[in-house]
Design a protein around this ligand. Sequence first.
Ligand code: NAD
Length: 281
Amino acid sequence: MTAEIIDGRKTAQEIRSQLKQAVAGFSDSPKLAVVLVGRDEASVIYVRNKEKAAAEVGIGTDVYRLAEDVSEKQVLQLIDRLNEDVAVNGIIVQLPLPAHLNVGRIIGRISPLKDVDGFHPYNTGLLQNNEKPYFVAATPLGVLKLIHQVCPVLSGKNVVLIGASLIVGRPLATLLLNQECTVSITHVHTQNIKNLTQNADIIVAACGVARMVKKDWIKPEAVLIDVGINRENGRICGDVDFDDEIEKAAAVTPVPGGVGPMTIAMLLKNTVDAYKLQHNI
Ligand code: NAD
């Protein structure tokens, strides 16, 4: 048996087509404001990809490129302005930020109604309370959608997450807990992660360690979701040793072509949802 390949690219394309149709029916284009501080190479590429993907579905993007040494006060003033601008539906601040800027204060200044990255404590707090936030972070949302494709009933499933970051592991743990999964959250200080993953129905690897999850880490017929993006010998690979697992797992996401395209699609969906929310549609 070979594992089912969970095609994130195809699902993301379907979502984008639906969004394009919805946007075509709006009286004007939804607008996403992106705050980009400095010239971090990966961030510049991510922002360019978001702009391109947004344009394809009819979402306008304004990118605010700020100097590496911009003061926190200036960033906060920009966010205040974007919060008040009725033409702006969604606001994201591309992370990471330079060390002199306080991420919590900056994200906390975005209006929760425009927080399409879903990082604002108001939105994460509602998620924690198992209530409906305005927005949930794009990567965990995309991961949940891919899991649902191969595992429609999640209640009672044993899930192990590798990685506990604020943007992936933690919100995903909450989403899965809210779906009645039993969730183990592991991180760089967890001892013997393999002991946990060997009993998992679903493993989500989001630690940024190339090919860490091997065949002997999983039980037969496990579902593997690979969030990692690593460069190895000039090629991109995930945190799961894809070639090693392919015969043992029930389903696995490829890297590239799995979670990555879903992240962008869900950010676009959040932006369209923000437009609808602000226009009472
Ligand atoms: P992060 O650095 O903020 O967090 C990494 C997490 O992994 C931490 O909790 C850390 O403790 C844990 N970790 C690190 N090494 C580990 C190890 N050896 N064993 C167990 N846990 C370990 O990273 P992040 O922003 O959450 O991103 C994680 C990975 O996912 C990166 O490769 C990143 O590029 C990728 N990513 C992909 C997408 C996507 O759309 N596909 C989105 C976000 C992040």
